[in-house]
Ligand binder design. Structure first.
Ligand code: C5P
Length: 240
């Protein structure tokens, strides 16, 4: 990967998703993006391959680390996992709101205020047809709104939602409850497997706190140039 000199400051509201099967690539991304964005996100793929070593490397380069394990199990098991993650020193950890209030509360208790728990509402690749198949009919945004409120009531510091639902959630759940949005696609990027997407500018205007961005940055021919252009877009959005 070619890395050009960066002219941007720190893009605090960006979390780069480090999804790759290759350790060398993971390391280069940590070095490239870590000092330039607010958060590095270690996902299921990296954690399943390399475990705590992946978190440790991300921590060495990043201001903040987001461990995206999307925990979903009985309360006792989730509490045990959260307790183990606490020792890794991450800033954010995801849990599925679908695990229910008891699971969320067990997770929050185990986090002891040392990790911000983010409740995952509906995954952003699920479109209306998929929700119908899952017998979760009705507007996704209504379900996301209800589930995010459950997360807020049961110990989560924020929620993960698609950018299409940010505006509704912001209305119902004011700061400091954090809204974290994947499914971000700058104007010229392909949607990949994401369905409920929006541009970074729109997501921020609607009230998102943190934008999770993977492939539009990591798969770009020139990742730093892509980050610079994204950061400029965000700065303009903040100034307008
Ligand atoms: O490459 P892309 O920008 O689509 O990456 C999005 C990242 O956000 C992935 O790491 C994915 O696991 C994560 N994510 C998501 N949808 C959610 C929660 C997390 O796409 N609801």
């Amino acid at each position: 990967m070619t890395v050009t000199a960066s002219r941007i400051g720190i893009a605090h509201q960006i979390a780069v998703a480090l999804d790759t099967p290759d350790w060398k690539t993971f390391s280069v991304w940590c070095e490239t993006f870590g000092p330039r964005v607010g958060v590095l996100k270690v996902g299921l793929e990296a954690f399943s391959r390399w475990g705590p070593k992946a978190v440790e490397l991300a921590r060495q380069h990043a201001r903040g680390v987001f461990l995206d394990l999307k925990l979903h199990d009985i309360p006792n098991t989730v509490a045990g996992a959260v307790d183990a993650v606490r020792a890794l020193g991450v800033d954010y950890l995801t849990v599925h709101i679908g695990g229910g209030p008891d699971m969320l509360e067990a997770a929050a208790e185990a986090a002891r205020g040392e990790i911000k728990l983010l409740g995952v509402t509906l995954l952003t690749h699920l479109d209306a047809d998929a929700l119908e198949v899952l017998e979760l009919p009705g507007p996704a945004r209504e379900r996301v709104g209800r589930w995010a409120s459950i997360a807020a009531r049961h110990g989560c510091s924020g929620a993960v939602c698609s950018p299409r639902e940010v505006a509704l959630l912001r209305e119902r759940l004011p700061a400091p409850f954090e809204l974290v949005t994947p499914g971000i696609r700058p104007g010229d990027s392909p949607a990949d497997d994401q369905r409920r997407t929006a541009t970074p500018r729109q997501a921020l205007a609607d009230g998102a706190d943190l934008l999770v961005i993977g492939r539009p940055l990591t798969r770009a021919a020139d990742p730093l140039a892509a980050l610079e252009s994204l950061a400029r877009e965000i700065e303009t959005a903040a100034g307008s």
